[in-house]
Design a binder for this molecule. Structure first.
Ligand SMILES: *[C@@H]1O[C@H](CO)[C@@H](O)[C@H](O)[C@H]1NC(C)=O
Length: 347
């Protein structure tokens, strides 16, 4: 009898190879799924920009982000008792200048009025939503705003000025109030010159495959990855000196029109709130906080390739309705807000 040992050898080798491969696979999956380091961006797995310091005061590219030491907010609500909390599915936090009651009213009576969308809500198990407005403080405008807030019970008036560079604190305060007093699945931060197409929003949140796959750990909206090159322009409104942000890029962030966040993401952002030195561009800052929020297998859903979901190119100038859009910016006239809402209702 003649044994062909080479066949056996071959088989052993193959088995060994398979074992090594298997071990590698396990190792990689352990790394991926136990360390929670990775983010799913439109089905591309990336790791968060952990090593980016918030600014020179707190760290730099070389120094990892430092947790803020002071967790006491240096901002507060001036009408705490006049706000009705929300218990439902989607809540909106709309940044609004304290003087712009006209804009708030036009949202309240148009897309902000959930009772107008009963038919569409029933399509998604009776999903409920509510709009809140976040304003700052101005001496001459506070009394009127306080009255307005007593009537509508949907305003968060903070004690800081209407300074454009102070919006980050206002947003954080709104997030905290929402977490502490409301129940919701999604929190949407937007501005008072934005039209929301509610039926299209429902469709995005409850039908988009990527969002469904990351349901409770989603960051979606008009998300771009923008290098800060744009903000290196000295004459730009968004100019940010190197001292404030030394790195060459920002983490993913959504422009003011639409920041859609799962509750879990907001919860995990909270420990990173920096009240002393928040990055002053509030939209970028939300992106930074999302980047730091330790949410396992978080899904970031960018704008779609057609770039038609979040329309911000002055489409509203002539007030034309965009069939595919979730948001349209910028809409400041009441008649236009109403016209777009009426069209979204029949679509
Ligand atoms: C707003 O309230 C906070 C918290 O009480 C306080 O620290 C801050 O100084 C106040 N700011 C203004 C401008 O009143």
């Amino acid at each position: 009898m003649v044994y062909d040992f080479s066949v056996w050898k071959d088989m052993y080798r193959r088995r060994r190879r398979r074992k090594v491969l298997f071990a590698c696979l396990i190792l990689v999956s352990l790394l991926c799924f136990n360390m929670n380091l990775f983010i799913d961006v439109d089905n591309k797995i990336i790791s968060p920009l952990k090593n980016f310091g918030q600014n020179m005061l707190r760290g730099s590219k070389k120094h990892p982000f430092v947790m803020p030491e002071n967790h006491t907010p240096n901002i507060k609500l001036l009408n705490y008792d006049d706000i009705d909390p929300f218990h439902g599915d989607i809540m909106f936090l709309v940044t609004s200048h304290i003087r712009f009651q006209i804009r708030r009213d036009s949202i309240r009576s148009s897309w902000g009025d959930a009772s107008r969308f009963t038919k569409h809500r029933l399509k998604y198990n009776g999903v409920n939503y509510k709009v809140y407005f976040q304003t700052g403080y101005l001496d001459g405008a506070f009394q009127a705003a306080k009255l307005e807030s007593k009537i509508h019970r949907d305003m968060l008036i903070s004690n800081r000025t209407e300074d454009y560079w102070d919006l980050s604190r206002r947003v954080m305060l709104g997030f905290i109030w929402s977490l502490e007093h409301c129940s919701f699945e999604y929190l949407i931060k937007t501005d008072d010159d934005v039209f929301y197409n509610i039926p299209n929003l429902f469709q995005l949140i409850y039908e988009d495959p990527f969002i469904l796959a990351h349901k409770d750990r989603v960051f979606a909206g008009s998300i771009y990855q923008i290098t800060r090159r744009s903000s290196r322009d000295l004459f730009s409104k968004w100019y940010v000196p190197k001292e404030e942000w030394p790195a060459d890029e920002y983490p993913y962030f959504a422009t003011g029109m639409a920041n859609i966040l799962s509750r879990l993401v907001v919860e995990r952002m909270r420990p990173h709130f920096d009240w002393v030195n928040p990055f002053r561009l509030d939209d970028v800052y939300i992106g930074m906080l999302v980047n730091r929020a330790d949410v396992p297998r978080m899904g970031i859903r960018k704008i779609n390739a057609m770039n038609e979901e979040f329309y911000g190119k002055g489409s509203a100038k002539k007030c034309f309705y965009l069939q595919q859009s979730v948001t349209q910016h910028r809409v400041i006239k009441k008649w236009c807000m109403e016209r777009l809402t009426a069209q979204s209702l029949i679509s």
